[in-house]
Write a protein that binds this ligand. Structure first.
Ligand SMILES: [Zn+2]
Ligand SMILES: [Zn+2]
Length: 259
């Protein structure tokens, strides 16, 4: 069984291709379970995400495709939700979806994964930046609002690495993820970024495995050509770490499948 749960649509204004084309491509690649997880609405950085008044249309579009393609592929409805204090919105948290991905893209409103704001890395100690990032992931897990952790070590994106042992920086976040019953995604987008590595790194994935934290798979596609991105590499990392099963969701309920 092949799963890909983290994918975007043109509604976030930074992805290309129709939803139908994403699905057609997923079917071509033999993906069995495909989830849309558009950037959820939020009253911050509004341009690069759904609008609140588009939630219904997005839902309808996904459900229409789900019905249309039901004999070929299982389509799921989700959101990728930004964890940013003060901006969590009930309409998103309580949306009727299959799953919610919780992601940290902002540290005190600094879009640290955006090349436009890369100079900010020079203004703070790199260990402090990494720690603030994983503190935010820990706080996100502790809310209990989300099912999947989006790109767990996104802070490595530009390859500014900490001096301190990453395992020490990330350990409390992993414990919170375990306690919250959340799932880690193996996200291939890192392979398209300067770091050229899957999120999370092999080292952090090993820690997750030791904690019995389940995983799922994501290409984080923002273009048709990114659907199922580097799947072989991603599967190889999971297997090498010891995983044989991955999680899919239906109406916020986990289901384990063998990949
Ligand atoms: Zn995006
Ligand atoms: Zn993301």
């Amino acid at each position: 069984m092949r799963i890909d749960l983290h994918n975007h649509t043109t509604r976030c204004n930074h992805a290309k291709g129709s939803m139908q084309n994403y699905i057609e491509r997923a079917i071509e690649l033999g993906i069995d379970i495909y989830g849309f997880s558009e950037h959820a609405p939020m009253d911050f950085d509004e341009h690069y995400r759904l609008k609140f008044n588009e939630m219904q249309d997005y839902t309808t579009d996904v459900k229409t495709l789900k019905e249309q393609y039901k004999n070929k592929i299982k389509i799921l409805l989700g959101y990728e939700v930004d964890y940013l204090k003060g901006y969590i919105d009930e309409r998103v948290i309580h949306a009727n979806v299959d799953y919610l991905i919780g992601s940290v893209h902002f540290l005190d409103k600094w879009g640290f994964d955006n090349p436009e704001f890369i100079s900010e890395y020079q203004n703070q100690d790199i260990d402090d930046i990494w720690q603030s990032y994983f503190d935010a992931v820990e706080a996100m897990a502790k809310t209990g609002y989300f099912d999947i952790v989006g790109h767990f070590d996104l802070i490595k994106v530009f390859q500014y690495m900490p001096k301190k042992d990453i395992r020490l920086i990330a350990q409390n976040a992993l414990k919170a993820i375990k306690e919250a019953g959340m799932v880690l995604e193996l996200n291939a987008a890192g392979l398209r970024k300067p770091i050229k590595e899957i999120y999370p790194s092999p080292l952090l994935l090993e820690m997750a495995y030791e904690l019995n934290i389940p995983i799922t798979f994501s290409s984080d596609a923002h273009a048709i050509g990114q659907v199922g991105y580097k799947y072989k590499e991603v599967i190889a990392l999971a297997k090498k770490t010891g995983y044989t099963q991955a999680v899919t969701f239906e109406q916020r309920e986990k289901e384990l499948i063998t990949f």
